[in-house]
Ligand binder design. Structure first.
Ligand SMILES: N[C@@H](CCC(=O)N[C@@H](CS)C(=O)NCC(=O)O)C(=O)O
Length: 265
């Protein structure tokens, strides 16, 4: 279990998580020490992808909460590493050539960490292509469509039946695609990979997307399998202080910020 310490710096809360120290076989030279990866995160399906991967790889990391309900995603310092003003993002102090690198877009971060560690991202080209296909399927399909379903079903200030129907149906279609892919497999691409990590947070809230998991028995079993992994549980447990969390369905300012281009010009 990763050791956790918490410190408060003004309004920001950072959490430092150190990796489990693997016992080094006698006679093996020490690898350069991995300094903690800086994780810019909020507890959402896209944020979880990265906290799960960091936990699965037992990499040391430090969490910077990007409070998207309060507009942290528009702060100039954050935009330097995440020009799309969306979290997650990371800064790896031990990037290529031993120099720091920042990465934004959750799919790119998963691939980067997979290449860096050699874990959960196969090296063999055919297998890697398959993982990429399902990662991009999540990035371009399941994530955006489920996000729109959440928006129109739960957050939109007015009921738009056309949009609710369109996105609920599209998510249903995508669940069907995933269900067929999972037939006879424990994980999306056979072995557990970054494709599973990308999808789990987006299928967990199936209820909010108007779906019935009993219609997709392979997805239901896979979700239970992935959710039972201790690293997934730890990755999804990382939460800001309750007082920092704003419910955009109830808070008008947060709603404007998130959904009505409330970003400072
Ligand atoms: N394609 C991006 C999407 C990231 C994204 O949409 N993040 C959301 C939270 S899940 C966010 O930062 N929202 C802030 C906002 O909408 O202003 C990725 O996968 O990294």
């Amino acid at each position: 279990m990763a050791r956790k310490t918490k410190k408060k710096a003004g309004k920001k809360v950072a959490r430092k998580i150190s990796a489990r120290k693997a016992a080094r076989p006698a006679g093996k030279s020490a690898r350069p020490r991995q300094e903690p990866i800086e994780l810019y995160y909020w507890a959402t399906p896209n944020g979880w992808k990265i906290s799960i991967m960091l936990e699965e790889c037992a990499l040391p990391y430090k969490v910077h909460f990007v409070n998207i309900g309060k507009g942290d995603q528009f702060k100039p310092d954050f935009l330097k590493i995440a020009p799309n003003n969306r979290m997650p993002a990371i800064v790896d102090p031990n990037g290529p050539g031993g120099k720091p690198i920042s990465v934004f877009e959750s799919g790119a971060i998963l691939q980067y960490l997979g290449r860096k560690t050699g874990k959960f991202y196969p090296k063999e080209e055919r297998k890697r292509v398959e993982v990429d296909e399902w990662l991009f399927w999540q990035m371009g399909g399941l994530g955006p469509m489920a996000g729109q379903a959440h928006h129109f079903r739960l957050y939109a200030p007015e009921q738009v039946p056309y949009a609710i129907e369109r996105y609920t149906n599209e998510v249903r279609r995508l669940y069907g695609v995933l269900d067929r892919k999972l037939e006879g497999r424990d994980y999306i691409c056979g072995e557990y990979s970054i494709a599973d990590m990308a999808c789990v947070g987006w299928t967990r809230p199936w209820e909010r997307q108007g779906q019935n998991p009993d219609d997709f028995t392979n997805v239901k079993a896979w979700l239970a399998r992935v959710m039972a992994r201790p690293a997934v549980v730890r990755g999804m447990e990382i939460k800001p202080e309750a007082s920092e969390v704003i419910d955009a369905t109830k808070d008008k300012e947060a709603f404007k910020l998130l959904f009505q281009q409330g970003a400072p010009k």
